[in-house]
Design a protein around this ligand. Structure first.
Ligand code: NOJ
Length: 403
């Protein structure tokens, strides 16, 4: 049988992504404290869940075992690796930066560069240090100043980093932390949510200016969590809801920062068919988390970003699939859709699979398995799933086998 091969553009950036709180271990921040809090433990017990399965603890122990991660990065033939800074590790006390914490990230960057892997560094991927939590977290009066100082420190000291992602998924963070109350600080207050959202916008703009001042060649963006919203049918009401969802969820933040970014990072997971304001998906296939697997959705999200006229990096895309049943198919199909968008003129420069390792999936704890590698919870041994082999071939050959 003839194989149809899709060649990606030269220099396409193949990567995988992680975040500090989800893999490093040993952190002391608002999340680590919340995970162990009485309120949280009681809530989990009420749901007959074992609180130990919801504590990040040593996580994947990447703080001590980055060399093991590096082996995976090399085995996967990655050209780039996305990781994040944990704010509490580098600034455990207000205004006091920890040399040990800084050295950890410096060594990560150095090892990546020595191995020809481009670091994509996320400055903030959700948790905040305890001193900042005490001041109100993202509601703190001086939060923009604090975030700018953190950015300035990281950019001046992490030499050789070109790609900076200031913020990860501001919409998901504000939704879960300030509306649904699923995440710390568990507020359910629309005003707090809007306040924080606008502080995040200001923080990004300020950080953008600081980064460009220190390194005019830096490439700066956010990782935006965008969904493919589709009207369930042709009813006007559903089209109106689709338009509102696009505006509020997908584009509001990006519109506000459109003149303060060099690329757009797209984190993509969801397809939502909207019927009278509610989701009505077919859900023919779902991941272990019950999220619909619909690889065409990424094509539409990419098309929608074309209007910004900026390069796009898919900074996250993946699924929870413990048995690796759908992952190989999902990766292939998603990449076919990425390629289709490229052919139609969207300037997609790279793709980062989420995630390289099974890791701590926030309020869902340790159960969801997003990794190309599984990680033993006791020995921390990383073991490739079969999709790791597939992805390593894709990264090596810069091509996807379409049929
Ligand atoms: C996006 C987030 O950035 C990441 O932290 C999370 O684990 C994945 N989505 C999967 O939910």
């Amino acid at each position: 049988m003839d194989q149809k091969i899709i060649k990606f553009p030269d220099n396409f950036t193949w990567g995988a992504a992680t975040s500090s709180h989800q893999i490093e271990g040993g952190l002391v921040n608002d999340w680590s404290e919340w995970e162990k809090s009485e309120k949280r433990i009681k809530a989990l017990k009420r749901q007959n869940k074992n609180p130990d399965d919801f504590i990040s603890g040593k996580a994947c122990n990447s703080y001590e075992l980055f060399d093991e991660d590096l082996k995976c990065i090399k085995e996967l033939n990655l050209k780039a690796y996305r990781f994040s800074i944990d704010w509490s590790r580098v600034e455990p006390e207000k205004g006091v930066f920890s040399e040990e914490g800084m050295n950890y990230y410096k060594s990560v960057v150095k090892k990546l560069k020595e191995n020809g892997v481009e670091p994509f560094v996320t400055i903030w991927h959700w948790p905040v240090p305890l001193w900042l939590k005490e001041e109100g977290g993202w509601e703190a009066k001086n939060i923009v100043k604090y975030f700018t100082a953190l950015t300035e420190k990281m950019v001046s000291e992490l030499e050789g980093v070109t790609f900076w992602i200031t913020l990860n998924e501001p919409n998901i963070y504000t939704l879960n932390s300030y509306i649904t109350g699923k995440w710390p600080p568990q507020k359910k207050n629309i005003f707090s949510c809007l306040r924080v959202y606008h502080k995040l916008i200001r923080a990004h703009k300020a950080a953008y200016a600081v980064i460009k001042k220190i390194n005019p060649f830096a490439q700066v963006g956010i990782a935006a969590h965008n969904n493919f919203f589709e009207a369930y049918n042709n009813r006007l009401v559903n089209n109106i809801f689709k338009g509102l969802a696009d505006w509020g969820w997908n584009f509001y933040f990006l519109n506000k920062i459109k003149n303060h970014q060099d690329f757009i990072g797209l984190n993509h997971y969801f397809h939502n068919r909207i019927n009278y304001g509610f989701n009505k998906n077919d859900n023919e296939l779902v991941s272990d988390m019950g999220w619909e697997l619909y690889p065409e959705a990424i094509f539409h999200c990419l098309q929608d970003l074309r209007k910004y006229g900026k390069p796009v990096y898919i900074t996250e895309n993946g699924l929870a699939d413990r048995e690796d049943k759908y992952r190989p198919w999902f990766i292939n199909e998603s990449l076919k859709n990425v390629y289709k968008a490229i052919q139609l003129g969207v300037d997609v420069r790279g793709y980062f699979y989420w995630s390289m390792l099974d890791n701590f999936e926030w309020a869902a704890g340790w159960d969801p398995k997003f990794g190309l590698y599984s990680v033993d919870r006791k020995t921390f041994k990383r073991t490739p799933r079969s999709s790791a082999k597939l992805y390593s071939e894709i990264c090596k050959n810069n091509e996807v086998i379409a049929e």
